[in-house]
Design a protein around this ligand. Structure first.
Ligand code: DX5
Ligand code: ZN
Length: 217
């Protein structure tokens, strides 16, 4: 479906070659670039922070979609605005005042997103619909790429009902591949994050593999 956006997660890219990897996936037709920020505290893995994200910015011509898996969130919002994030997503489980956090993200000039761990119900965002532009439904427990997809179809359907005609994206993150994508898309998702399913088998020297992988999703 052409209206479904594909957002490759550079968590599965070559960490020594981020600029070239981002240029390659964009040349191969991805819609957004998904950046996974992990702090070794909210999640049991550590990736990169604001200076690295700022260094990615000039390579991203589409949309820089930054997924924060960090706690606390609020002290870092300005740093990610300065780094040039277009969308900044925080976990509902990571911050005690998520409504205030989302307002602060919007106030800093970015589009706010809210992410839900697999164990968190759709109702957790029911009172956030006026302060968010994106809901990220995790279909793995966050922290690592390449994990097994967890079926959240009922949650996605419930969110699509709650959203109604508001212009809010439903993004799916974790275990998306050509087998699982049709289920989440038919349940109402419109942005699919994919890490291993995009980068597997390819490299910056064989970027056509990325294009084939993107089209296969
Ligand atoms: C998981 C990250 C995901 C991850 C997806 O914590 O938020 O974005 O990189 O990787 P795959 O597509 O391999 O599950
Ligand atoms: Zn992510």
């Amino acid at each position: 479906d052409r209206s479904i956006k594909i957002a490759p997660s550079i968590l599965s890219a070559d960490f020594a070659n981020f600029g070239a990897e981002i240029r390659a996936i964009e040349a191969e037709g991805c819609d957004w670039v998904h950046i996974d920020v992990m702090d070794g505290h909210f999640v049991p893995n550590l990736t990169f922070g604001p200076p690295a994200v700022k260094a990615f910015r000039p390579h991203v011509k589409t949309v820089m979609d930054v997924h924060l898996m960090i706690a606390p969130v609020d002290p870092y919002i300005e740093a990610y605005a300065d780094a040039g994030a277009d969308i900044l997503t925080a976990h509902v489980e990571a911050t005690p005042h998520i409504h205030r956090t989302l307002q602060a993200i919007r106030g800093a000039g970015m589009k706010p997103g809210v992410a839900l761990n697999p164990g968190t119900p759709a109702e957790a965002v029911e009172h956030l619909l006026d302060v968010t532009d994106l809901i990220c439904v995790m279909t793995v427990n966050p922290g690592f790429g390449g994990q097994k997809f967890l079926d959240m179809t009922n949650k996605i359907r419930r969110l699509r009902e709650m959203i109604g005609d508001r212009p809010i994206h439903i993004e799916i993150d974790g275990g998306v591949d050509p087998n699982t994508a049709p289920f989440v898309a038919s349940a109402g998702a419109d942005v699919l994050v994919a890490g291993s399913a995009v980068f597997r088998g390819g490299s910056v020297d064989t970027p056509g593999v990325y294009g084939d992988n993107i089209r296969a999703i």
